[in-house]
Design a protein around this ligand. Structure first.
Ligand code: ACO
Length: 460
């Protein structure tokens, strides 16, 4: 921090001379924030960083550390529960403008990618920053196809779960277990190891997801078919019965491909932050991704799509929507699938999903609960409680209805999300490792407990 030390006329405090903080690479301090500490009268000049492409302004929290009243003090920290206003990294992967409802991967609008790209193309884009050419794509697809098999012991591992185990618990545990099958994955500084781990995770997460599905159903596991595309192979492992060659419904393939693209990344969301935080300890990527799956499981995050359907079931009929909305407003729960930390206007993914839902319903018939969902949306979007809080449908509002139309069970919805988000987690994990400024994620706290007190046994 370039510090200008001025004597305050009012406080008349003499301030200590502090060394300016070094300028770090990438900083383009165009202006400064002048801060006056009224305790001492000292004034500080904190550089404002404007190196984000859209002119986000930030100051380095560490620059505040030099603000203290005595030299031996720890110095000023920022207090930001839930990271409401803290940038934890610089990232070139995903851009969101929550106010305008914009989402781009590596600069490409989500609408264009959903319309034209494949999921594996997007996975490559997220990781490498550019769209793959034909040769790169062919190799990438080949590598991923040929790593879809999992060790046979994974099957026995899965057999240990009860029939009613939640598939997200199974997916989380089996992905964590993969770390024991690939001990070399811990060599995260080795680009070759990183590469093969990324390919293995992208290839095997769909297999593990499908195996979890089959376990719950009590059906035999279906091995991957390397002749099929990524999405078709996944559907085959989920749904194939006795047919020698599985032929997926092309509408379902297209739909799932689009949904995977929409879910592939979303900058520093809860689960991505978990992957980065756990990965910052330099653990292997299987363990880090398992942490992301655990975070995604929560009902306030990826678990919301499952909760939307449970909520709709509870409402039961369109006529009950107004009273349900009133109960939400009175604080007896949340309208699941509504609201977002970043989007304060319509979630651009929700728009695409709503359109997609109609395409699927055209194929399989209208979902009986669509009426309730539409009524919920209609009332919420015109109710001041939701409007004033800028609560709009998020991506999860309609995905549940689509998944159900495709005959996926409710507790499998978040697994589908996890399969897609693996691409983003891995791109973000690698970006974090390549970022020289990153260290082990270790926040500070404001201690509010007892001061020192002598031990006096309460049991003797
Ligand atoms: N229903 C009713 N009220 C809501 C909702 C909701 N879905 N979401 C937020 N609010 C209210 C809050 O009660 C709060 O009201 P108050 O100011 O009177 O206290 C206000 O809106 C702001 O809410 P916060 O909780 O501060 O918003 P935050 O950014 O922390 O939460 C979240 C975002 C967790 C997504 C929240 O909107 C929510 O719980 N939504 C429902 C769950 C959901 O759909 N999650 C999926 C998110 S998308 C994803 O992860 C893929």
């Amino acid at each position: 921090m370039a510090k200008t030390e001025k004597e305050s006329g009012a406080a008349g405090a003499a301030a200590a001379t502090l060394e300016p903080t070094d300028k770090r690479p990438g900083d383009t301090a165009a202006a400064a924030l002048e801060i006056k500490d009224t305790r001492t009268g000292t004034e500080y000049s904190v550089p404002i960083m404007t190196d984000g492409v859209v002119g986000d302004t930030t100051i380095r929290a560490m620059d505040l550390r030099q603000i203290k009243t005595k030299p031996d003090q720890f110095g000023m920290m920022t207090y930001d529960p839930a990271f409401m206003n803290t940038a934890s990294c610089k990232s070139a992967i995903t851009f969101i403008d929550g106010g305008k409802g914009i989402l781009r991967y590596r600069g490409y609008p989500i609408e264009q990618l959903a319309e034209n790209a494949t999921f594996l193309e997007v996975a490559w884009l997220l990781r490498h920053g550019e769209l793959p050419d034909k040769k790169q794509y062919g190799q990438w697809e080949h590598d991923i196809k040929y790593h879809t098999y999992v060790h046979e012991n994974i099957k026995s591992f899965l057999q240990g779960f009860r029939y009613d185990a939640h598939p997200m618990s199974m997916l989380c545990s089996t992905v964590a277990a993969l770390s024991s099958f690939y001990p070399d994955a811990k060599n995260i500084a080795d680009p070759e190891q990183r590469n093969i781990s990324i390919i293995r995770l992208l290839a095997k997460v769909p297999t593990l997801a499908a195996f979890a599905y089959r376990h719950v159903k009590g059906m035999p596991f279906i091995y991957p078919d390397n002749n099929l595309g990524y999405v078709e192979n996944f559907l085959s492992m989920v749904a194939r019965m006795s047919e020698p060659k599985y032929e997926a419904n092309p509408v379902f393939v297209k739909t799932l491909e689009v949904l995977f693209i929409l879910h592939a990344d979303h900058e520093q969301n809860c689960s991505t932050n978990a992957v980065r935080a756990v990965g910052s300890s330099h653990v292997d990527p299987f363990s880090a991704v398992a942490a992301g799956i655990a975070a995604l499981f929560g009902p306030l995050h990826g678990g919301a799509n499952e909760q939307v359907l449970r909520m709709i079931k509870e409402i039961g009929h369109k006529k009950n929507v107004p009273s349900f909305i009133e109960s939400v407003k009175n604080g007896s729960g949340r309208l699941m699938g509504f609201g977002h930390r970043v989007y304060k206007s319509y979630d651009p993914r929700a728009k695409i999903v709503k359109k997609l839902a109609y395409e699927v319903f055209e194929q399989v018939g209208m979902d009986t609960d669509l009426e309730i969902a539409l009524e919920l949306e209609r009332i919420a979007l015109s109710d001041d409680y939701f409007v004033s809080r800028k609560l709009y449908p998020n991506v999860d509002f309609y995905t549940g209805l689509i998944y159900r139309s495709m005959a996926f069970p409710t507790d499998f919805f978040t697994v589908l999300f996890a399969v897609a988000r693996t691409a983003g987690w891995l791109a973000q994990w690698e970006e974090m490792l390549n970022d020289k400024e990153q260290k082990i994620a270790r926040p500070r706290q404001i201690y509010t407990g007892y001061g020192e007190r002598p031990y006096k046994s309460q049991i003797k």
